[in-house]
Design a binder for this molecule. Structure first.
Ligand code: FAD
Ligand code: 2HG
Ligand code: ZN
Length: 466
């Protein structure tokens, strides 16, 4: 491998080809320390041309590539897997942001840009990029696109896919495809960019994107509410949709246990009591009548007996502290030791029975484990996580298998927004019809015939087709 590494050093310079184990370590494990794997080197190209040349060298030498952005992913997609020769290719140095066009409502950004920074640049010109995640201070444009990230505003604005107007990608042989047109409408043939959105680096490397912006909203109303049970939460969702549906931008569920975790682990306090479930509801609009409309909807909810307690933020600062409770759940969970992530979506009407079955089965399988349930109820997507406590790691796959089996029985998805990565690929293969699996494998074979792009993540290897 020496000629390969020499070629890369010549291309990138010694500072951006990391081979020292201590320098490489942060790139070889995920932030939760659930996944780790070896690599020959870490590549930190600074331009699309360097990405292209580095990928070309990898193809020539048969070395696999693991693309990496902010390394905030929750499915082990950005961590090397197995012992075949591989490198991690970090996009962290590619951080250029173009001048936004506030009338055309578009912005161009390189893949390594931190999502929060792009949002700030959009906000400075009176527009918004409403992709909102607790990880937005570290997640990159490339990672968000490669995972088709969701977040807390999907209910109103859609997932990352809905914001991508143009893409520049590097194919597995090093070819650069420049598709950075800032067009809202383009039906001139097959829209290939969707192959790369949500494919977790298995087909190529995203190097830049043109993103759609939306008008900024001038008012927002944020409420934290508590309800007794899930049927009350879903009825409340219906009430909000009926009365102020077009302004509803978040409808997030947090279990009382999850709120307690945030309180004990992160020292934040919830100003609302009672009920088994909490809801963080946000509405936004540029029209002046929003606060009165939200107030009237809450009064109707009280009258209908749906609410146990609640508070409506009276200032932007209060709105932010209510949101902090929701945004700290992942952090609070990680402070409780190892946990298993289950990122499920299913038809809302089946959610209650699904959660009850999990509760009952988990009690039998792992009595020391605790459920940590929260997420995007308005999208039918909950994070049904299991904090393991003293449960042996050896039964982790049985617990996850049990949850995923119940998801499949309810006609749901085992990954609503985080992707399959290396974590869910085996269960996806187990639970997905052969025709669908074979289609994925055939597309992978066409896109990446040598199987060098992020092997073992998102798509089964081509040898799995029988
Ligand atoms: P990474 O973790 O570096 O990579 C993720 C995947 O994308 C890997 O498979 C990697 O190989 C691939 N990839 C990265 N960059 C590229 C590229 N340029 N080209 C091709 N492939 C690439 N996700 C949600 O969907 N919704 C949420 O609400 C949400 N909240 C989160 C909250 C917290 C606190 C944390 C830690 C994570 C959260 N996530 C959420 C998961 C994660 O942040 C997102 O999936 C994010 O989009 C990943 O971006 P990243 O730059 O960190 O990607
Ligand atoms: C969220 O909704 C993220 O906050 C993270 O998707 C979920 O920690 C998780 O499981
Ligand atoms: Zn989520």
């Amino acid at each position: 491998m020496q000629p390969f590494l020499d070629g890369l050093r010549q291309l990138l310079g010694p500072a951006d080809l990391l081979t020292d184990p201590a320098d490489m370590a942060p790139y070889l494990t995920d932030w939760r320390r659930m996944f780790s794997g070896p690599a020959l080197a870490i590549l930190r190209p600074g331009s699309t041309e360097q990405v292209s040349a580095a990928v070309g060298l990898c193809a020539q030498h048969g070395v696999a590539i693991v693309p990496q952005g902010g390394n905030t992913g929750l499915a082990g997609g950005a961590t090397p897997l197995g012992r075949a020769p591989q490198v991690v290719l970090s996009l962290a140095r590619m951080t250029a942001i173009g001048t936004p066009d506030p009338i055309g409502m578009v912005i161009e950004a390189q893949a390594g840009c931190i999502l929060q920074r792009v949002k700030e640049v959009a906000a400075d010109c009176g527009r918004q990029l409403p992709i909102s995640l607790a990880a937005e201070g570290s997640a990159t444009v490339g990672g968000v696109i490669a995972t088709n990230a969701g977040g807390v505003n999907v209910l109103r604005y859609g997932m990352a896919r809905d914001f991508v107007l143009g893409l520049e990608v590097v194919l597995p042989d090093g070819t650069v495809v420049k598709g950075l047109k800032p067009l809202r409408k383009d039906n001139a043939g097959f829209d290939w960019k969707h192959l790369f959105i949500g494919s977790e680096g298995a087909f190529g490397i995203v190097t830049a994107a043109v993103l759609r912006l939306t008008p900024a909203t001038r008012h927002r109303s944020v409420a934290l509410l508590s309800v007794q049970d899930l049927p009350a939460a879903t009825r409340l969702l219906g009430l909000f949709q009926d009365r102020i549906g077009e302004t509803l931008s978040a409808f997030e569920l947090i279990s009382a246990d999850a709120i307690r975790l945030v309180e004990t682990q992160c020292g934040l306090g919830a100003p609302v009591s009672g009920g088994n479930w909490f809801l963080l509801v946000e509405a936004a609009s540029s029209l002046d009548g929003l606060p009165a409309a939200v107030q009237a909807t809450l009064e109707a909810a009280y009258e209908a007996g749906l609410l146990q307690d609640g508070t409506l933020a009276a200032s932007e600062q209060q709105a932010q502290s209510l949101w902090a409770l929701r945004k700290h759940v992942t952090e609070a969970e990680s402070r409780c030791g190892k946990s298993l992530k289950h990122d499920v979506s299913l038809p809302l009407r089946r959610m209650g029975a699904f959660l009850e079955s999990i509760q009952a089965r988990l009690a039998g399988l792992a009595p020391a484990a605790r459920l940590n349930i929260f997420g995007h109820l308005g999208d039918g997507n909950l994070h049904v996580n299991v904090v393991l406590g003293d449960t042996p790691l050896s039964i982790a796959s049985r617990i996850t298998g049990m949850v995923h089996d119940l998801v499949a029985e309810a006609g749901g998805s085992i990954s609503a927004e985080h992707g399959l990565g290396q974590y869910r690929l085996a269960d996806w293969q187990r639970l997905t019809p052969k025709t669908e699996r074979d289609l994925a494998i055939d597309i992978k074979r066409a896109m990446d015939p040598k199987g060098l792009m992020n092997p073992g993540k998102a798509v089964p290897g081509t040898s799995h087709r029988q």
